[in-house]
Design a protein around this ligand. Structure first.
Ligand code: WTA
Length: 630
């Protein structure tokens, strides 16, 4: 890529009040970054020393391209740092978690209560035979038990694989079998927009042929009509922990032992099981939570993500708990029962730091300023964004309407693979709407051409990371070749797969994916997954899907479908296909448009050229089509 972009946007920037920088953990960005560059290992060592290690590491890093190991021979447990560490001081009685349901039910855990609950569930899992290294799939709605289950696994060294509760049976099945899960923890229902949506039958379907699964733990939420438990395999969540002691020492984990697997869509083929480890991930998420959100003990921190995604892993669960923050979690959707629910929560809980996604911000923009206008948002001091580019219009709205022009906006660029924030604008630094910012101290990011040479400001290129960092993925579960690809696509760099451009100040604007991933409402959807779901319907011969820009969701999915002989295009068939994708993959992967076509543009080797479809759709130049078949 060598396109020149309009970087006039750089002229427009906002300066936060100087008190932000004065009072922040990091202080001056440039100084902190220089400090890192002077001695990267010492930099990470200093951070790691703020956490507890059962026995110290003898070396900070070993880099054997493309494999990195961090905190060599160090022994720790992330839950010790998230829980036990806080038992030794006044955080013991601090609120760790405030949960609110759709019906305004509240559940509140102090750090001590959370600590005990995690140990009980950990003991319950042990009773089921779960031990160090076993994989446990967690498929739950956003309830405290979801967080408790994650921590309980980590406590005993079991590797959790959390699957977002909105995924359908086929998506869940491939993740359960991929990880070889021994136990699945789930719930009977999830509550959404005033309705209860059954989950358990999805599990029942998803474990057919999942031979490794020995037990299913079911959190039964419907009190008046409890769902039936099949005793052969299933156990009630609270039965499991009944009688389980609240004493469970944390397993001594090597820094490089796996902590969890989290599946993310790949641009081709099956989803990738991204593997994160105990030591490096802990240090990376602790460091960024503390410094990017500048969390203090007085903060009330709300990240709206579901723990089923990496944002929830790193910035609902592990990062915030390791710094001892008070976190908010809700099962509510942002517009039910009305579009004021989030703002009411900000007012009622006195939220000081709010971290959400551009798609939500754009939805709120559409719904109008009167909703946030009804509530007192004056406790807010920092706003965050994640998941996709925060376009300048959405930035302005967030900054002005929610932050009242007072709160710095941290637009954080990172990935499931990176584990932690990589590029952002630290509070106190000038903010350029549309630009995520610069590499956080500890990270070396660059924008390069396909050979790995830096490109000048204003020229588009590939976003890359040049040096390993503690919370980087260590491998793709059972598919190390796919891991190696990250480091071999662009020589010497970790290729993130996003296109980006820098302004003259060195701020990075992320432009979108360079591959066949579609980011829909902040969630990665692989074209291959949706296509294979469509093709699994008996009427479909071939399918190709593309992302189409959408003012609220960033992108929506459009599918082009060739029908098998004997099937006739109709509205009814369209709906049937949509329903089929919904059941197979889940609502998030549903196309918003289906077009029946006679042929698809392909290369001579038979690969569908989605780029050509997209160009046609958007009335753009398709670029180099020399490989097109006809
Ligand atoms: C996109 C989510 C622009 C990007 C944490 C990346 C972003 C992918 C931003 C990773 C941002 C995430 N600005 N784009 N601030 N944050 N992305 O793995 O394309 O679900 O590669 O991790 O989301 O998505 P993932």
């Amino acid at each position: 890529m060598a396109e020149d972009f309009d970087v006039r946007l750089t002229e427009k920037h906002y300066m936060p009040d100087p008190s932000y920088k004065q009072n922040s953990w990091v202080g001056d960005y440039a100084t902190a970054y220089q400090d890192f560059l002077k001695d990267p290992e010492r930099f990470w060592d200093t951070i790691a020393q703020e956490l507890h290690w059962f026995s110290p590491y003898r070396k900070v890093k070993e880099w054997n391209y493309p494999y990195a190991r961090w905190f060599i021979d160090g022994k720790t447990n992330i839950t010790y740092n998230c829980l036990d560490r806080h038992m030794q001081n006044s955080r013991r009685n601090k609120v760790a978690l405030i949960w609110r349901g759709e019906d305004d039910t509240e559940r509140i855990y102090t750090y001590r209560q959370l600590y005990r609950e995690v140990m009980r569930v950990a003991n319950g899992l042990k009773k089921l035979g779960v031990g160090k290294g076993d994989r446990v799939c967690i498929y739950m709605p956003m309830v405290p038990e979801q967080i408790v289950s994650m921590l309980a696994c980590a406590r005993i060294g079991a590797v959790h694989s959390v699957v977002f509760g909105g995924f359908g049976a086929a998506a869940l099945n491939s993740r359960i079998t991929g990880a070889g899960a021994k136990v699945v923890i789930t719930a009977d229902v999830t509550f959404r927009r005033g309705k209860s949506i059954p989950l358990k039958h999805i599990i029942e379907e998803a474990i057919i042929n999942a031979e490794t699964v020995e037990h299913i733990v079911v959190l039964r939420r419907e009190q008046h009509q409890p769902v039936e438990i099949h005793r052969e395999m299933e156990v009630d969540f609270y039965d499991m922990i009944r009688g389980a002691g609240a004493d469970c020492e944390s397993e001594v984990m090597d820094a490089e032992d796996p902590l969890f697997i989290l599946y993310t869509s790949g641009s081709t083929g099956a989803p990738k099981g991204i593997v994160h480890t105990c030591g490096g991930y802990m240090v990376g998420t602790y460091y960024t939570t503390k410094n990017v959100f500048d969390i203090k003990d007085t903060d009330v921190y709300w990240c709206t993500a579901d723990p089923g995604w990496i944002t929830g892993h790193s910035y609902v669960v592990y990062g915030p708990l390791s710094v001892g923050a008070t976190i908010i979690m809700t099962e509510s959707t942002p517009d039910f029962p009305d579009p004021g629910v989030y703002w009411r929560m900000v007012e009622e809980f006195g939220v000081t730091i709010l971290y959400t996604a551009p798609t939500a911000i754009r939805m709120f923009m559409k719904l109008g300023e009167e909703w946030p206008g009804k509530y007192n948002l004056s406790t807010l001091r920092i706003l965050g964004s994640v998941g996709e580019p925060l376009n300048p219009e959405a930035f302005e709205w967030y900054y002005r309407v929610i932050g009242k022009g007072r709160c710095p906006v941290v637009d954080t660029w990172w990935q499931t693979e990176t584990g932690m924030h990589m590029v952002t604008t630290l509070i106190g630094e000038p903010m350029y709407p549309g630009f995520a910012g610069k590499a956080v101290p500890g990270v070396v990011a660059d924008v390069v051409d396909k050979d790995g040479n830096s490109v000048p400001p204003g020229t588009g290129g590939f976003l890359v990371i040049r040096e390993p960092w503690p919370s980087m993925l260590r491998t793709v579960y059972k598919d190390d070749d796919r891991y190696r690809k990250y480091w071999t696509t662009i020589p010497g760099c970790y290729a993130v797969g996003d296109l980006a451009v820098r302004n003259r100040e060195g701020y990075i604007m992320v432009l979108g994916r360079a591959d066949d991933l579609i980011v829909v409402a902040g969630h990665n959807i692989g074209t291959a997954e949706v296509e294979s779901a469509l093709v699994s319907h008996q009427a479909v011969a071939e399918a190709a899907v593309i992302g189409k820009p959408d003012p609220v969701k960033g992108n929506v999915i459009k599918a082009f479908v060739i029908l098998r002989v004997g099937h006739i295009p109709s509205e009814r068939l369209k709906n049937e296909l949509l329903y089929h994708v919904r059941i197979t993959l889940g609502p998030i992967a549903m196309p918003s448009e289906i077009e029946f076509v006679q042929s698809l543009p392909k290369t001579r080797s038979g690969k569908i050229m989605r780029r050509v479809l997209k160009a046609q759709e958007l009335g753009m130049d398709p670029g180099d089509i020399s490989t097109l078949e006809e």
